[in-house]
Write a protein that binds this ligand. Structure first.
Ligand code: PCP
Length: 385
């Protein structure tokens, strides 16, 4: 029905670029079986990003479970920098060659989404950032998109299936359709308040039929204490200076005693908008900017053959380790068998690349997505954008 690969097809190595399958054919035909080590690295990050968030590791573990390979990885949610190996895989090349395509697909997209979510959350600070972008992408991957938006920093996700995957309640306000069908904002908001379970915050959409300022006052007067907030998704043709519009709505709500009513904005929200609207906005619905985030340009390359360092031009050969100083945040990449001296700050470097699978058996305890989100948020507090 849908043009997507099944889990069995992905695990079965069918989602691969044909030249990998042909390479395996050649090696088998020529009876060449080489044990190699390969590493996943981003040699550059998009735009002016200095760091990225590694995501997709849980799915990579699922991809290689049962395969005769050893995999080491940075823990999911770990921040990484250009030229740092984030994952290393070792085995007989023709045993896992076809998995390069899904491996990179799982890491590149998930890390792009998690990184963008983290950047948006860094800018929004305590203000909520809700993932609203599933409708911009193929529904088969909505849970993946929103899981990584959540671990990257989003405070909630909109899609029911995604929320189930991360063990959270889905977050949503109301669509324009409800107001159009009910005929006006107050009747729609009242109906929502009468029908929807109490624990769901009442956020009324106030840009459908009339001026946001007057619509916001009407629903505030209609619902009183039951109204948690108003959402402005003002059409571009009417948006003008959106900050000025938000300030006006805030002013009138406060003037009429509705100081607690929160202002939620959505529609074309990205980092720049968040930085600009923060003085008034209390929460953001971010769609395309996160769900369609630029992928992280990760590549997988051979660094050792039969234990001997060997790599293509432009690539440093040999197995490496990534070190982090918990005291000052300094990073170091060394050959795997080397241990760095003490950090110049006096701190002790800690190794970050850890065993994930041994001969296809999971040897790492995979953290819950909430734990990964906390790991991200801890690092986010230590870095600048
Ligand atoms: C959209 C809907 C999405 C938001 C905007 C994402 O509003 O609420 O979640 O937008 P973005 O991709 O630009 O960030 P409408 O399509 O106007 O929708 P609705 O009436 O469904 O709220």
């Amino acid at each position: 029905m849908f043009h997507v690969a099944s889990e069995a097809e992905i695990k079965g190595g069918q989602v691969t670029d044909v030249y990998f399958a042909r390479t395996v054919q050649v090696l088998k035909e020529k009876d060449i079986a080489k044990r190699v080590a390969m590493e996943v690295v981003a040699h550059r990050l998009s735009d002016d990003y200095t760091w990225a968030v590694l995501a997709g590791v849980e799915e990579v573990a699922a991809l290689f479970e049962g395969q005769p390979v050893d995999v080491d990885s940075l823990p999911e949610g770990t921040f990484f920098y250009p030229d740092e190996p984030v994952l290393v895989i070792e085995g007989q090349y023709d045993d896992f060659a076809v998995y390069e395509t899904p491996l990179l697909g799982l890491l590149c997209q998930a890390s792009g989404i998690a990184t963008k979510a983290a950047r948006c959350k860094k800018l929004a600070g305590q203000r909520s950032v809700i993932s609203f972008g599933a409708r911009r992408m193929h529904p088969a991957i909505s849970p993946m998109i929103e899981r990584n938006a959540f671990l990257g920093g989003c405070d909630g996700v909109a899609v029911i299936k995604s929320a189930e995957l991360i063990g959270q309640a889905p977050v949503g306000t109301m669509p324009h359709a409800l107001i159009l069908i009910m005929g006006d904002t107050v009747s729609a908001t009242r109906a929502f308040d009468e029908v929807i379970p109490r624990q769901v915050k009442r956020v009324s959409l106030v840009d459908t039929l009339g001026d946001e300022r007057f619509e916001a006052l009407k629903v505030a007067q209609a619902l009183g204490k039951n109204l948690f907030g108003v959402r402005l998704d003002t059409p571009i043709s009417r948006r003008g200076d959106f900050l000025k519009l938000l300030e006006e709505v805030r002013w009138e709500l406060d003037l009429k005693g509705f100081k607690d009513v929160q202002i939620f904005v959505s529609g074309g929200i990205d980092e720049e908008q968040i930085a600009r609207l923060n003085p008034v906005a209390n929460a953001y619905g971010v769609g395309t900017a996160i769900s369609n985030a630029e992928v992280v340009d990760l590549s997988l390359d051979i660094i050792e053959i039969e234990g001997e360092p060997f790599a293509k031009r432009g690539k440093q050969s040999g197995r490496k380790q990534v070190w982090h100083c918990p005291s000052c945040g300094a990073r170091k990449t060394t050959l795997a068998k080397q241990t760095p001296e003490m950090c110049s700050c006096g701190g002790q470097f800690k190794d970050l690349l850890r065993p994930l699978l041994r001969n296809g058996k999971l040897v790492a305890k995979l953290p819950k997505v909430q734990k990964i989100r906390e790991h991200v948020s801890g690092q986010l507090a230590e870095v600048e954008l």
